[in-house]
Design a protein around this ligand. Structure first.
Ligand SMILES: [Zn+2]
Length: 226
């Protein structure tokens, strides 16, 4: 049944738009099916469209060829995150429940090690003081709309016993389908960690059309009602 084009609702997981009458958007429903696990709640600080200022910052902080430009982008994004977290602490507590004890970033899909989001996380005091590189790339394929429990694995040197006592906030620069972030959540939960939720700087919206509520997920068909 094609419900696209009807009134939109808000996805319970990612807070992106989904067709009215559905609890989850297409992307989150796809991730649940692939991971066979519940997903972690997602909060995006802002939305962006291809070519707007936020998109340029999110691209530039990791891809700009000039170091000074990358540093300026990191500074702007860090300031945005710091300000937003100060203004929205209550909302985060409400959405994510109990406080988290560790902040982990999602490893890069296209670089051998590390996460570009570390550059932002380590400059935001509320994230930096709890930041720990918990994950590395795993053997499983993770891609746009492809989530895998084995896409990430515990970084060498991380004590699984210690991790099982932690509550983790997953931080990433942007959310498009959520496949990468939810794969990271699944990897952490697979090691016994509790996951508070996913905080992303930006949520990608459609390249054309109004900034909200359209998003890539809303353009896809939900397979069945929930
Ligand atoms: Zn969703």
């Amino acid at each position: 049944m094609d419900r696209v084009g009807f009134d939109t609702a808000v996805c319970r997981v990612c807070e992106g738009p989904c067709p009215a009458g559905f609890a989850l958007c297409f992307c989150c429903r796809t991730a649940v099916r692939q991971l066979q696990l519940p997903l972690a709640p997602v909060v995006a600080i802002t939305t962006y469209r291809v070519g707007d200022r936020t998109h340029r910052l999110l691209r530039g902080y990791k891809d700009a060829p000039v170091g000074e430009v990358r540093r300026r982008c990191v500074g702007a994004l860090s300031a945005l995150v710091e300000r937003w977290m100060a203004d929205n602490a209550g909302r985060l507590r409400e959405r994510f429940g109990h406080p988290w004890s560790v902040v982990a970033t999602v490893p890069s899909s296209c670089r051998p090690t590390g996460s570009p989001a570390d550059a932002v996380a380590t400059r935001v005091p509320d994230l930096a003081r709890l930041h720990c590189a918990l994950l590395v790339r795993g053997a499983g394929e993770v891609d746009h709309l492809v989530a895998s429990r084995h896409g990430f694995e515990l970084a060498p040197g991380i004590d699984p016993g210690w991790l099982r006592a932690q509550r983790v906030l997953v931080f990433d620069d942007s959310i498009t389908t959520g496949a990468r972030a939810q794969s990271a959540v699944a990897a952490l939960r697979g090691e016994g960690a509790r996951v508070a939720g996913v905080l992303a700087v930006g949520r990608a919206t459609a390249a054309h059309g109004p900034p909200a509520p359209l998003a890539p997920c809303s353009a896809r068909r939900a397979a069945e009602p929930t």
